[in-house]
Design a protein around this ligand. Structure first.
Ligand code: AP5
Length: 195
């Protein structure tokens, strides 16, 4: 694996759909020069290129269900292999199940570069629904178009992804941030934590 083996700043941006992970990841990349890996973006790019993986993933994404763990973990491994000598990685939308979190820990153990912080963007359901409703008007994302799919994504988050926070709480890595502040306010809270 070609990644640098020391002093990597590996961060997870964690939170429900619409909590601002993608928005904050872009700003953090600018400030810290980290590699941004968004599994949602990687999957959408596979769909756009009409690959076999993309066509399989689309069946899950259009319904607001999670794509199988082995598909996503394989993509993460490949993506990290492609980038050498990075200062660290911002994981956005990954891990989303405890099995993915365990796979990521194993992968990073090989690099001796564990996750440093899990930034948990806390946003209430009403605000999430409102943000995703607004984004639907401009995003063109299939999974933003139907209220029942948005609802299912939030439900799947609660059932399968929230337990990932407990997984990292046991490692004392979770830093909770009020994600209902304006974008710059959230960013200031995150950078205060990351230094
Ligand atoms: P993914 O692409 O990861 O979507 P998501 O988690 O549902 O996240 P979103 O992109 O909807 O929200 P976000 O938190 O990034 O918020 P954003 O910054 O855009 O996943 C899509 C699908 O892919 C999944 O459903 C699943 O099928 C599959 N998938 C992906 N990863 C997977 C994995 N690991 N395992 C299995 N399946 C996987 O902000 C939202 C909106 O709010 C924007 O319009 C933004 O401008 C606005 N906004 C942001 N911050 C603020 C703020 N502070 N105040 C006001 N508005 C704000």
């Amino acid at each position: 694996m070609p990644l640098r083996k020391q002093a990597m700043k590996n961060i997870i941006l964690f939170g429900p759909p619409g909590s601002g992970k993608g928005t904050q990841a872009e700003k953090l990349v600018d400030k810290y020069g980290l590699l941004h890996i968004s599994t949602g973006d990687l999957l959408r790019s596979e769909i756009e290129s009409q690959t076999e993986l993309g066509m399989k993933a689309k069946q899950y994404m259009d319904k607001g269900e999670l794509v199988p763990d082995e598909v996503v973990v394989g993509m993460i491994r490949e993506s990290m292999n492609r980038h050498s000598d990075v200062k660290g990685v911002i994981f956005d939308g990954f891990p989303r199940t405890v099995a993915q979190a365990e796979a990521l820990d194993n992968l990073l153990d090989e690099l001796n570069a564990p996750i440093r912080d899990v930034i948990f963007l806390e946003v209430g359901d009403a605000e999430l629904a409102e943000r995703l409703r607004k984004r639907a008007e401009i995003s063109g994302r299939v999974d933003d178009q139907k209220p029942e799919v948005i609802q299912n994504r939030i439900q799947v988050y609660k059932e399968k992804t929230e337990p990932v926070a407990h997984f990292y709480e046991e490692q004392s890595k979770v830093r909770r941030v009020n994600g209902e502040q304006d974008i710059d306010g959230v960013f200031a809270s995150i950078t205060e934590i990351l230094g």
